[in-house]
Ligand binder design. Structure first.
Ligand code: FAD
Ligand code: NAP
Length: 342
């Protein structure tokens, strides 16, 4: 018997908001052969398709009509080594944090700042995941995808991925067209640490003697994250709900005149990044609960499900937050989380 979809499948365990939503048809694929067979079935049915990794950057606003294709291709392969780097090819279904631990335990450097980000390797290029001054575009070599338009595999080199702040070609022009099957990363085989984030360096110095290793940095990042971010296994959430807005220098001058203490991070192109969490906190949302949902007490940019929430409640909360930030600061917050259906 070939690959068979499961009908009316409950996605609760496959979205970190913990929403009780159902997929009309659900298929899990663990190899490229299974993926090709699944795509033949989907093409025959001509219904919509959602590609799913770990569900940690998704908000289901309703049940899913059509297919959910869960990508669970495993494997970490050492492709080559040279005097100071290693090239690794990783299956899209590998858990991101397991991969980070695999690399730091071998002393390889490049992913240590990105420890404890939930989700899969396959989703990591979608929004060019980043944290603590690092993002994967700095170490990514290529992305292999199954192209739904041509039914053939295609490889994107880094400079073809249009990486930007929490975005890529896969979140824009190729959204829904590219099914990522493998990602290649080139990591340094010697420690090349990025300690640009003050908190990481301070905590590292407080807990580890020098010389510091990539594993020391990963442990430090994990401790900082555990102290500040809610664990989705305990309190449903999808990380930062909105992107940090990057505003023009003119807009920033207007903001700073009204609020001289506004935190800000000037960008290389002259624009200025402003923490969304600060804007949200100023509007009184930090730790505020409305029914089953709210803004988290230590990181208000994280919207949480206290239990029993629906996607519609979370969306209503997100809109109320957006509205008050707009009224107070005239800054538009854009969701970072993918809405489905949008
Ligand atoms: P999913 O949520 O399953 O999917 C996300 C999007 O990618 C969807 O549009 C989906 O269709 C698409 N997609 C998934 N897999 C594939 C594939 N194989 N091929 C094509 N499309 C695919 N993000 C950061 O950048 N930095 C952080 O520090 C960070 N911290 C977080 C902390 C918490 C507590 C949580 C809950 C989330 C955090 N996130 C962070 C967001 C999230 O973890 C990442 O965006 C992650 O890469 C999503 O992976 P996923 O497998 O769960 O993707
Ligand atoms: P934080 O450290 O309190 O920082 C808040 C904001 O200030 C972010 O916009 C961050 O930019 C910026 N910032 C802080 N220090 C900076 C520096 N030295 N240089 C440049 N920008 C700086 O944020 P946090 O919530 O505790 O998260 C820590 C890190 O994890 C951040 O990088 C954040 O992006 C990441 N994170 C992401 C998610 C997600 O779902 N996307 C969830 C949790 C944490 P950056 O965002 O560009 O770093």
């Amino acid at each position: 018997m070939g690959l068979q979809p499961i009908h009316n499948f409950n996605l609760r365990a496959l979205n970190t908001f913990g929403l009780d939503v159902r997929a009309e048809k659900y298929l899990k694929v663990t190899t490229e052969n299974e993926l090709e067979a699944a795509m033949a079935l989907v093409a025959l049915a001509e219904s919509p398709l959602l590609i799913l990794g770990g569900g940690s950057n998704l908000l289901f606003t309703a049940d899913v009509s059509g297919w959910v294709l869960h990508i669970a291709i495993e494997g970490i392969e050492l492709v080559s080594t040279d005097s100071d780097s290693v090239l690794l090819e990783v299956g899209a279904g590998v858990a991101w944090h397991d991969f980070v631990r695999y690399t730091v335990e071998r002393g390889w450097s490049g992913l240590e700042n990105l420890a404890l980000i939930p989700g899969t390797v396959g989703a990591s290029p979608i929004q060019n995941i980043g944290a603590y001054g690092a993002e994967i575009s700095q170490v990514l070599e290529s992305v292999t995808v199954f192209d739904r338009q041509t039914n053939a595999y295609r490889t994107f080199q880094t400079d073809g991925c249009d990486f930007g702040y929490r975005t890529s070609i896969f979140k824009q022009a190729w959204k829904g067209r590219a099914i990522i099957t493998h990602v290649r990363f080139r990591l340094s085989s010697r420690p090349r640490l990025n300690l640009s984030y003050g908190t990481v360096k301070q905590e590292l110095a407080a807990h580890f003697p020098e010389p510091w290793t990539p594993a020391n940095v990963a442990d430090t990042v994990e401790a900082i994250r555990r102290s500040k971010l809610p664990d989705p296994a305990v309190l449903g959430n999808a990380g930062s709900f909105f992107k940090n807005p990057v505003v023009t220098v003119e807009d920033f001058m207007r903001l700073v005149e009204a609020c001289p203490t506004i935190p800000n991070y000037p960008q290389s192109d002259g624009s200025v990044k402003v923490p969304a969490a600060w804007l949200i906190e100023q509007c009184g949302w930090k730790g505020k609960r409305v029914g089953n949902v709210g803004c988290h007490a230590t990181q208000p940019l994280v919207l949480v499900n206290y239990g029993g929430a629906t996607g519609a409640e979370l969306m209503a909360h997100a809109r109320a937050v957006q509205q008050s930030v707009w009224e107070r600061f005239h800054v538009r917050l854009e969701p970072e989380v993918n809405l489905y259906p949008s």
